[in-house]
Design a protein around this ligand. Structure first.
Ligand code: CU
Length: 266
């Protein structure tokens, strides 16, 4: 049902679930067979008169103490996993990623690098702390990573947190697990778990890409802000000299910083 676990905490969750399943299966089987045995043994065709039993201390103590021990035992096993997932590591020796949900996509911000992305990349064997929220006028979403067995609500105006430490490289799905409107089912993303070296070079190339995109976007914004439209005699808006100058400027920017140019230091 779930993909292979990609962190130690996920395996801890899996073993708690497996144990719970085994205990439940044993109890279900025991109860079912006892029920069938009693229904057969004491069927109306065999027994017409029952003995009145007022108390049976040994039996009552057994069916009180044994289930109590089982339930308390399961509680502690569950609590152990819960405590692991809530013991969020200190921010200074982990990677912080700010996750924002909105109808209907996730976006990521790495404050340490001032980097914005639409998919998440993290290094293997490093603690990663997620700060989750939703846009202020949006709805509640839920950030769910099945491979890490963790899920946390992303709530407008509030910051929630969770963490993970991936120990297997690969690409892992992210889903929104809180119904949030029409395209809820399409609100997916990916987490790429890569080596430390690959992560460093990914940060570098993403920053370069972001820098180029920002330069072009800024030029466009300046052009729109500072170039008033020119009205021709027919009343149709035309290009003014500022527009032409602006377009030339943008073409220059694209040439210097655009997708065809690799060196952002120029
Ligand atoms: Cu959602």
């Amino acid at each position: 049902m779930l993909p292979e676990a990609a962190s130690e905490a996920a395996r801890q969750t899996d073993s708690a679930l497996t144990l719970l399943l085994i205990v439940s299966a044993v109890i279900l089987t025991g109860v079912t067979f006892t029920m069938i045995a009693f229904a057969t043994r004491f069927h109306r065709s065999r027994v017409t008169k029952t003995r009145q039993i007022h108390s049976n201390l040994a039996l009552e103590l057994t069916w009180t103490i044994v289930p109590t021990i089982i339930v308390i035992g399961l509680f502690f096993i569950g609590y152990e996993g819960f405590a692991t997932n809530r013991a969020i590591p200190a921010a200074d020796d982990s990677i912080v990623v700010e996750v924002t949900g909105q109808q209907w996509f996730w976006s990521f911000h790495y404050p340490e690098y001032e980097l914005n992305t639409t998919e998440m990349t993290i290094p293997v064997d490093r603690d990663v702390v997620l700060h989750l929220t939703s846009l202020i006028d949006d709805v509640v979403h839920s950030f769910f990573i099945p491979a890490f067995r963790i899920k946390e609500d992303a709530v407008p105006g509030t910051k929630t947190r969770m963490w993970m430490r991936a120990d297997r490289q690969g690409d892992y799905n992210v889903f929104c697990a809180e119904y949030c409107g029409t395209d809820h089912a399409r609100m997916r993303s990916l987490i790429h778990v890569v080596s430390e070296d690959e992560f460093e070079s990914w940060v570098q190339s993403s920053l370069e890409e972001q820098y180029r995109a920002d330069r072009v976007a800024n030029s466009l914004r300046l052009l729109l802000e500072f170039s008033p439209p020119v009205h021709t005699s027919s009343g149709i808006q035309g290009l003014g000299i500022q527009h032409i100058a602006g377009v030339v400027h943008i073409l220059g920017e694209i040439g210097r910083f655009g997708p065809f140019h690799k060196d952002p230091t120029l």
